[in-house]
Design a binder for this molecule. Structure first.
Ligand SMILES: Cc1cc2nc3c(=O)[nH]c(=O)nc-3n(C[C@H](O)[C@H](O)[C@H](O)COP(=O)(O)OP(=O)(O)OC[C@H]3O[C@@H](n4cnc5c(N)ncnc54)[C@H](O)[C@@H]3O)c2cc1C
Length: 489
């Protein structure tokens, strides 16, 4: 494969489900001249990268899968190895490996208005050019470790859950995990029985609900191979999850009286110690942060070799040998696991993107990230952002939204081809109206009013990760391509 100034009609950045869906849809349109640029030395995104112990999806797999690619899942909530297998199945079926340039870490992209092309600079593979650019670099792809005082002085082992070092044997070791979100909630119960001591540093507790997992019997798995049955199960799961939006947006009463009550019962059923109960009980409305599904997390908190440090006993300093807490306790450690999340909001695209007028997306997003249908931005022609601002969804599969964005992206590309033009750009007033409406609607949601600080919010306080409504509304908007909201040249 050539490595410098190669031209393709479409370049896709990222080979996760976003990149895969883009590629599959381009093929469906008859566009074969595309290339996927992937910064890593393997294809696949989230489920090939996140191999930490206990990693699993928290949306039922028949729904958390590409609609056109059913799979005979072994359980309702697939674990990482099966999700990785599924990813490879999709990549192989659509022959995407040969369409992917690995080790191509995109460092800068710039629109050339004369040539009506994107110039895409990578770190090790030279520069590529394309008419259309689809950024699918992932909403949760760039891990973040806060700069704790003394972090670099620690002489033991440390890594982020996103970069789990499997060559390190944690059994019998003194381990700390910093963070208590979705990944930590999966790591903790998996490693707790094997380590000598596990100290968990939690900034804010999450609401936890029971996890209705189910292992499919062999005959049920063979039924999953029957497309109409798979579709029926998928539809059933979809609608059962979609009703949650009523609580998130329209009925605080329903959230508090139904979901929160159930979550409180979960605490009471699984934890006897009043001090641990106090530490795990959030002080904000359920749904404001991502709800964790787990039947094993609370029992892990109650183990003799596990200590849960809440905010008032947080991290004062990391030393050569461990952590000193704000209460002055010394915690000697062999391993520190950072489960401290991702650059998910303000840094949603990690490299500079320079548009038609010479200014960057960073400039446009100075106040907060925003985009029409979470996908297109004025003055950035032929650029499409998969899982862009306000496309996150707390209650259902992220892949459903990715596939909805594809409805818009393919229609937009097709409209350029059909009109014989070279580029398409969303009009500033259309983007402005869309964004204004999104944030108006957001004011009604628990993400805005639930009384929590979460990664859903940008520094400005705007909730920019979530879509404030039903996922079928987003799908409908994406399918209804409005030519009048765009300009062509
Ligand atoms: C641990 C974990 C658990 C999750 N669980 C769920 C869940 O249960 N349900 C759910 O709906 N969602 C979940 N998600 C969200 C998840 O991000 C989406 O479901 C989905 O996988 C996003 O796909 P993507 O292709 O957009 O991103 P990714 O899968 O992250 O793929 C992005 C790709 O882009 C590449 N890339 C990034 N920057 C560059 C660059 N500069 N140059 C070249 N390549 C680049 C990355 O290396 C990566 O391969 C989870 C995320 C994580 C991290």
């Amino acid at each position: 494969m050539q490595s410098s100034n190669t031209y393709h009609q479409v370049i896709i950045i990222g080979s996760g489900f976003g990149g895969q869906c883009a590629a599959i849809n381009l093929k469906k349109m008859g566009i074969e001249d595309f290339l996927i640029l992937e910064r890593r030395d393997f294809v696949g995104g989230t489920w090939c990268q996140n191999t930490y112990p206990g990693a699993a999806v928290d949306v039922q797999s028949p729904l958390y899968s590409i609609a056109s690619e059913p799979y005979d899942w072994s359980q309702m909530f697939a674990e990482q190895d099966e999700l990785e297998e599924y990813t490879h199945h999709v990549i192989k079926k659509h022959q995407l490996e040969s369409k992917t340039q690995l080790n191509a870490d995109v460092k800068k992209v710039q629109w050339d208005e004369n040539q009506k092309r994107w110039m895409i600079e990578t770190e090790r593979q030279g520069t590529f050019e394309s008419q259309f650019l689809i950024n699918a670099s992932g909403p949760l792809s760039t891990p973040v470790i806060p700069s704790f005082k003394g972090k670099d002085t620690f002489k033991g082992k440390s890594f982020h859950t996103n970069n789990w070092d499997h060559s390190y044997d944690y059994s019998g070791k003194r381990v700390a995990i910093i963070g208590s979100g979705a990944s930590a909630a999966q790591v903790i119960p998996t490693i707790a029985p094997e380590v000598k001591q596990l100290d968990i540093f939690q900034r804010t507790p999450h609401w936890v609900m029971p996890r209705p997992d189910y292992v499919f019997k062999p005959w049920q798995r063979s039924l999953l191979k029957v497309k109409p049955l798979y579709k029926a199960l998928r539809t059933m799961i979809y609608w059962s999850l979609e009703t949650r939006v009523i609580g998130f947006k329209y009925s605080g009463y329903m959230l508090e009286k139904m979901a929160q009550k159930k979550a409180m019962q979960h605490i009471e059923n699984q934890i006897q110690d009043p001090e641990i109960r106090r530490k795990v009980t959030p002080d904000y409305t359920i749904g404001c942060k991502r709800i964790i599904l787990s039947d094993t997390l609370y029992p892990a908190y109650c183990r003799d070799n596990v200590e849960l440090h809440s905010k008032e006993d947080g991290i004062q300093e990391i030393t050569e040998t461990g952590i000193i807490t704000t209460e002055g306790k010394e915690v000697p450690l062999d391993l520190i696991i950072y489960s401290t999340g991702y650059d998910a909001t303000d840094g949603v695209i990690s490299y500079p993107v320079i548009g038609k007028t010479g200014s960057t997306i960073g400039d446009f997003w100075h106040d907060y990230p925003r985009a029409y249908l979470g996908t297109t931005i004025p003055n950035f022609p032929n650029l499409f952002i998969v899982t862009g601002p306000n496309t996150g969804i707390g209650h259902t599969s992220a892949i459903f939204i990715i596939e909805s964005q594809m409805e818009y992206i393919t229609r937009a590309i097709k409209s350029v081809i059909d009109t014989g033009k070279q580029s398409i750009e969303v009009k500033a007033e259309a983007e402005n109206l869309y964004t204004h409406n999104i944030h108006n609607e957001m004011n009604k949601t628990v993400w805005k009013t639930g009384g929590c600080n979460s990664w859903y919010q940008s520094k400005s306080g705007h909730v920019i990760a979530m879509f404030p409504g039903f996922s079928f509304t987003f799908r409908r908007w994406a399918e209804n391509f409005k030519q009048q909201d765009h300009q062509f040249s």
